[in-house]
Write a protein that binds this ligand. Structure first.
Ligand code: DO4
Ligand code: MG
Length: 294
């Protein structure tokens, strides 16, 4: 059972539930957190309340609607070097430059404390069909397809979402202190297309993450991973994020990447990125290069 938001009558955003047959049922709540709060008020699980609405007439089929972000996440945080593949990619990008990075990426992979960093705000985050941007001062940029956790202010995992932690490998590789610039710029984060309700998932470690990149109508990259390759537990990542922190309802925590295009690959203007998470759906974003500044 998935929660989405779609464009209704051109300008209105409509919250809705999608059942396993891909039929869409409108929900009479303004946003995802209002829906979660209503379930709590009624003493029901979010899944049980969602199921009640699927007894109504469906309003549309999933493939016929224009999706937006399923929620306005006030903040998006991200985890780093949580998969072996990510550790190896960071070691490559940094050692190809001037640094001997094997120490800090290897250390954080094995350390008790995970790497958690600030990724995005609602204004910088885009949804299905919207452009992700390429920085004008980087020549080595990739998407990072990641499982996202939608959490409430207490760190409870409410659902799962697909996320793209767009990254500049050359900027990060030059010096890890440049991480915020390698990770945060306008339209550098995408989430969607739906929130798969946590109550509807038996084992989130069985979810799979696939990334495909298209250029001039040809597939130029296709990679897949499973969440069971994650070095850490999902709750463990959340616990470090919320510790002594102020977190807001509807925050998204990305859990790290395990699908990395080959080292010689960089995104270019006009590419299309597809990130698919089993049960969540396919997050599709075109890529737009930002013009070089004088
Ligand atoms: O260490 C830098 C960031 C790593 C990251 O974003 C990831 O592993 O997904
Ligand atoms: Mg990442």
């Amino acid at each position: 059972m998935r929660i989405i938001r779609y464009k209704k009558y051109e300008s209105t955003l409509q919250l809705a539930v999608v059942n396993n047959e891909s039929l869409v049922f409108d929900l009479p709540y303004p946003d995802f957190m209002s829906f979660v709060n209503e379930a709590e008020k009624q003493g029901k699980t979010v899944l049980a309340l969602a199921q009640e609405f699927t007894a109504n007439e469906p309003v549309e089929k999933y493939e016929n609607i224009i999706l937006t972000t399923p929620l306005d996440a006030p903040e998006v945080w991200a985890s780093g070097v949580t998969y072996e593949k990510s550790r190896d990619a960071r070691n490559y990008e940094a050692t190809e430059g001037k640094l001997d990075a094997t120490t800090f990426y290897d250390k954080v992979y094995d350390a008790e404390r995970p790497e958690i960093f600030f990724k995005s705000t609602a204004a910088r985050t885009v949804g299905p069909g919207q452009e992700v941007y390429l920085r004008s001062d980087s020549n080595w940029q990739i998407p990072e397809p990641e499982l996202g956790l939608v959490i409430n202010k207490d760190g409870k995992i409410l659902g799962y979402i697909a996320g793209n932690d767009m990254s500049c490998r050359d900027i990060e590789g030059e010096n890890p202190l440049y991480l915020p610039q390698a990770k945060v710029w306008k339209n550098s984060c995408s989430i969607g297309p739906a929130i798969l309700l946590a109550d509807a998932v038996d084992d989130p470690y069985e979810l799979t993450i696939t990334c495909r990149i298209f250029r001039n109508n040809e597939k130029v990259f296709d990679g897949m991973a499973s969440v069971n390759q994650l070095k850490r537990k999902l709750d463990e990542l959340v616990s470090y994020l919320v510790l002594d922190n102020e977190i807001f309802d509807g925050t998204v925590l990305l859990t790290g990447t395990c699908v990395v295009p080959p080292n010689e690959f960089t995104l270019t203007d006009g590419d299309t990125i597809e990130i698919e998470i089993s049960g969540v759906g396919i997050l599709i974003n075109p890529v737009k290069q930002q013009a070089k500044k004088e």
